[in-house]
Design a protein around this ligand. Sequence first.
Ligand code: ADE
Length: 256
Amino acid sequence: MLGVIGAMSEEVQLLLSELTDAKEAVHAEITVTRGNYKGTDIALAQSGIGKVNATICTQMLIDIYKPEKLVFSGVAGGLLPNMRAGDIIVASHVVQYDMDLTAFGRRHGETPGRDRLIECDPDLVGKATAAFDAAFDEGGGEASLMLGTIASGDQFVEDTEMLRWLQREFAALAAEMEGAAFGYTCHLNGLPFAVIRALSDSSSESASDDFEQNLHKACRNSFRVMDQMIPAALAERNQQDRRTRSRPAQPIFNTR
Ligand code: ADE
């Protein structure tokens, strides 16, 4: 069983429409639809917006549906100038950017006793990038793929100063409001997870207008990746991983 979460109805709608044998249940006011997605058993939940909702939903899904792995998908605000609406970001790491114990000498995003950046499961990350390649024609110009840190906080970012800070402080590619809470919860439960986002806006002063305008396109693009990702997610480690692991070690520099 694969756990799949999106925050808003637009972010789960397209996946829901492809589910067969769907059965709905409600826990803590969160609707979960269990069903079959092109051969894979999934539990699909709409968490609601923000880190608290994401945490409650993730822990509930883990406790009740016992997924082997989990994926969060939806939209995000881009943090680099050359990004475009619809581009896909696969998180290598997630960070809660609004965790602030700097008053006690901690770095922004640092929670005592926990890693500042939580690493996503490398196998699921590899599968997400392969899913992008299968969903989008390389060089076709429809959407680009970027891998890196996603920063999460309980704020819709529409401020150039703030987006620059997020980029520089965390080397983050995108901002959203759930991924790190979801990731921390999976991590503490010892479960592999991935976060896949499509950009709806550039987190700058026009972000809320851009969000409204691009939401449909961004949801469509993240769905296209998820549509390829879900059937692969529970399979054994991917081919690319195996190739990498079996390659003999090479010296990085020629020492002569
Ligand atoms: N989700 C989509 N765009 C976002 C933004 N600019 N800030 C936070 N979450 C988002």
